[in-house]
Write a protein that binds this ligand. Structure first.
Ligand code: E4P
Length: 225
């Protein structure tokens, strides 16, 4: 499972990249708005930091297919290889997706709340479909189950599209989808940090250091003992 950062704050992205093996960054209009900066300024900064090998997902905001396609062309022109244009899985979005597939522009179906949206996006040639786990839960349905179901629909119908699960409220949800083998998950920096935030782990590591320095002296490690 690929793991992406769902945030546009460069300092938080740098923090996650420093410690963890992540595969790129996803954004949406709300995330960009939270940065308080011009969209392409933020996106160029992110691309420059993560490099051209990493994925960058950027959402189109137009309501009509023709304009979504124009947005997509500008987005990939500005941000280069490994940029995925997020297209909402609504009727105008599907229309845009079909055209993007013909143009060879990679896209991610977003705002996915139902397996049927994902199935249609898959048939349009989406690289990814992004079910919103937490938002589905908040509607009284089961977001994790929906993401798994979408994964199964793709595999059973031999559709190449992968799940890019999004909108997580906790790290356990990410782990559960990793265990199921979905293609990718994108999570906020605190959720990624939470994957290994555990008092038992911290205590175990601290005890090893304490025991070693009881033997060798304070500040000692395997380079200077
Ligand atoms: C990803 O495609 C979504 O834009 C994002 O993960 C939504 O997350 P939220 O429900 O936490 O806003």
């Amino acid at each position: 499972m690929k793991l992406l950062i769902d945030d546009a704050h460069i300092e938080l992205i740098k923090h996650i990249y420093e410690f963890y093996p992540v595969d790129g960054v996803t954004t949406n209009p709300t995330i960009l708005a939270n940065s308080g900066r011009k969209p392409y300024d933020v996106l160029h900064e992110i691309r420059a930091f993560i490099g051209t090998e990493a994925q960058l997902h950027v959402q189109a905001v137009a309501g009509e297919a023709a304009l979504m396609v124009k947005e997509a062309q500008r987005i990939v022109k500005e941000l280069g290889a490994n940029t995925y244009v997020k297209i909402p899985a609504v009727p105008e979005g599907f229309k845009a997706m079909k055209e993007l597939a013909e143009l060879g522009i990679p896209f991610t179906a977003t705002a996915v709340y139902t397996p049927m949206q994902a199935y249609l996006a898959g048939k349009c040639g989406a690289a990814y479909a992004a079910p919103y786990v937490n938002r589905i839960d908040n509607m009284g349905y089961d977001g994790i189950h929906t993401a798994k179901k979408i994964h199964d629909i793709f595999r059973k119908n031999e559709i190449k599209t992968e799940v890019l699960a999004a909108s997580f409220k906790n790290s356990q949800q990410v782990l559960e989808l990793c265990e199921y083998g979905v293609g990718a998950s994108t999570a906020a920096p605190d959720i990624i940090d939470g994957l290994v935030k555990n008092q038992a782990i911290t205590s175990a590591v601290a005890a090893f250091v304490e025991d070693f320095q009881r033997l060798t002296g304070e500040g000692k490690d395997m380079t200077n003992c």
